[in-house]
Design a protein around this ligand. Structure first.
Ligand code: SF4
Ligand code: SF4
Length: 615
């Protein structure tokens, strides 16, 4: 049977079909939908699925489950692999018992912010096999294969995808679920599971190297395909495969190709054999020249002179995902021919006309709008210029405070980094106040150690934790601070109590829908010597509305409105529309208003009123 599935949904299906019993991860675009798809089925499947507090913790949970004999998988985006790598590099040395798969999705072309990191290098660094997914069908098939390989070699296997596969749907042939139901059992073996002795460590390293070779033998003929047809050749891997195939079929190209499905270790012998028949080669892989450099090494050692096109000669870019157009262009360079364009320029022109460019803004009623407005006003109240006060930003919805009209945040580095960076600015000698802003999920993920450091080092800074109770940016996943939900999340970890436990003494809680009080409290916190924490607490407006916590909507009184647009320019709420009319113009609040009341507070004419009984 076939189903229309995105790459991530196909991975979820592969997890079910493989008999996996423990699934962990941290939400991160472009990998989120694997757990998102599985979570509602957890009870029916009778397996453990969780959003863990961060990727390192998720990896450790999956590992111990595998050490106890179960099949387990951990999912993450590329930046998450940086967090998980500290544990994973050690785990890989120890190997595993039940199949252990690490699913990571890279984002060439930056569909969701953050770096264009090429995670293939982690497989090399960690000494673990990595399968590279090139289609939605492989997203399912390679999960099963990865578990099979992992159990045969007794070591973890990386499974890497990219956003253009994980987020795009295609027909996928699905199979049947294997129910393993293994007994959990773990035997003490300190030479395998600990690393205090150099000899144990080096033996474990040797085991990892041996496992790499075994993995290569198992999968070679199953994931690496060769087609020989002449002296022009293409080595292709990952997401570039689909567009390459389309170009070959569309233009009826006569060339040889080698499709690589395992990128660590690379199939050296197969590449060597392939190169024997090739005079001119194109290496098609997104991001870094990971395969291309190795192909150059293999060709050099084999003594065969081949003209190699790729990143090193500038034929292809190290940035972005490869469109059909770019792949076609690189094939033209390889074959020295002009391939006909079938694009309809009229359609492209029309598409460009229809494109609407909108700044990324907070959602209607978002409490972060109130927090950033209050931060800016507090800075002004203390008679500082906004351009003089450094406000570090963090990952998630909260970083939208860098955009107009607030333009509050100055930096974005990594989960939790706002609090560490703020400390560095102070120790560098910035005398004026420094503020750090961070969301609740990000705080739980990686904000606690830098808070403890700030308290311990007694640095003077203000940390604003924007606690909307959800991991909202990636699709409203729960986190330890989410309000208690009957089935999945019975208790809430209170951020205020966590901050107290970290030693913070000056902690205030504000409601960002109450602007005046919020401005006063933030101003006081900025003036406090040492670490001050302000928890700005109000549930994400969209989740709140979904849970039927509705607030009265608002309207503009046309008799009072002067058309000054202060409300719009200070808050940029998408529920507001300005109608230029006569000289004055008129502001309108549409029915999508979420009733946060912020615009009512900022209107100098008191022209915005609550619609009584309207929710
Ligand atoms: S701030 Fe008040 S007076 Fe000015 S446009 Fe908005 S509703 Fe009208
Ligand atoms: S009350 Fe005002 S600021 Fe809040 S959602 Fe409605 S229109 Fe937007």
């Amino acid at each position: 049977m076939k189903k229309l599935l995105t790459g991530n949904e196909a991975v979820a299906e592969g997890i079910i079909e493989s008999g996996t019993e423990v699934v962990c991860g941290y939400p991160g675009t472009p990998s989120t939908e694997v757990i998102q798809t599985l979570l509602p089925k957890a009870k029916e499947l009778g397996i453990h699925i969780e959003w863990s507090v961060n990727e390192k913790v998720a990896s450790e949970i999956a590992t111990a489950a595998s050490w106890a004999g179960k099949r387990a998988i951990v999912t993450m985006k590329m930046s998450g692999l940086n967090v998980a790598s500290d544990s994973l590099c050690s785990i890989i040395y120890s190997g595993c018992r039940g199949g252990l798969v690490i699913y990571v999705v890279d984002d060439p072309g930056v569909s969701a912010g953050m770096v264009e990191q090429d995670s293939r290098y982690y497989a090399k660094l960690g000494v673990a096999p990595m399968l590279d997914i090139s289609s939605q069908q492989e997203s399912l098939d390679f999960v099963k294969l990865a578990f099979e390989v992992s159990e045969k070699i007794k070591g973890p296997v990386f499974l890497r995808s990219t956003a253009s596969i994980s987020h795009v749907a295609s027909d996928v042939k699905i199979g049947k679920r294997v129910e393993l139901k293994r007994e959990a059992h773990f035997e003490r073996d300190i030479s395998k599971y600990t690393k205090p002795k150099a000899s144990w460590c080096m033996n474990q390293h040797q085991d990892s190297l041996t496992r790499l070779n075994e993995a290569s033998k198992i999968v070679d003929s199953r994931v690496n395909q060769v087609h020989l047809e002449g002296k022009y050749g293409v080595i292709v891997s990952g997401a570039a495969w689909e567009n390459f195939q389309e170009a070959v079929n569309r233009y009826n190209l006569k060339l040889s190709w080698l499709k690589i499905g395992i990128v660590n270790p690379l199939p050296d012998e197969k590449i060597k054999e392939f190169l024997k028949d090739i005079d001119k080669l194109l290496v098609l892989e997104e991001l870094e020249p990971f395969i291309e450099a190795e192909v150059m090494r293999i060709s050099f050692l084999s003594g065969k002179k081949i003209d190699i096109l790729g990143k090193f000669d500038g034929t292809l870019s190290m940035m972005g995902s490869y469109s059909f157009k770019e792949i076609k262009k690189s094939l033209e360079a390889l074959l020295k021919v002009k391939l006909e364009s079938e694009q309809n320029s009229e359609i492209i022109k029309r598409a460009e006309e229809l494109e609407v460019k909108r700044p990324t803004s907070f959602c209607i009623g978002c409490p972060h709008r109130g927090t950033y407005y209050a931060i800016n006003k507090a800075i002004k109240k203390l008679k500082y210029k906004k351009k003089d006060i450094i406000v570090t930003g963090d990952i998630g919805c909260t970083i939208l405070g860098m955009n107009k009209p607030f333009e509050t945040c100055w930096t974005e580095v990594a989960m939790g980094a706002s609090i560490g960076l703020a400390q560095g600015f102070k120790w560098a000698g910035i005398e004026k106040p420094v503020l750090a802003t961070i969301g609740d999920s990000t705080f739980f993920h990686a904000g606690i150690p830098p808070l403890i450091n700030a308290v311990y080092q007694n640095v003077s800074l203000t940390i604003i934790i924007l606690d909307n109770g959800w991991t909202a940016m990636t699709g409203f996943q729960e986190n330890p601070g989410t309000i208690p939900l009957k089935d999945t999340n019975p208790m809430r970890i209170d951020i205020v109590e966590v901050c107290k436990g970290c030693g913070a003494k000056d902690i205030s809680v504000i409601d960002p829908y109450h602007l005046k009080e919020s401005i006063d409290v933030i101003a006081e916190a900025i003036e406090h010597p040492g670490v001050s924490v302000v928890v700005s607490r109000r549930e994400c407006a969209l989740q709140s509305r979904r849970r039927k916590v509705n607030l009265p909507k608002l309207k503009v009184n046309p008799d009072k409105c002067t058309g000054c647009r202060v409300c719009l320019s200070s808050l940029a709420c998408p529920a507001m529309i300005f109608h230029p009319k006569d000289k004055k113009g008129l502001m309108e609040i549409t029915s999508s208003c979420n009733g946060c009341g912020l615009c009512k507070d900022v209107c100098p004419e008191e022209a915005i009123e609550v619609i009584k009984d309207a929710v």
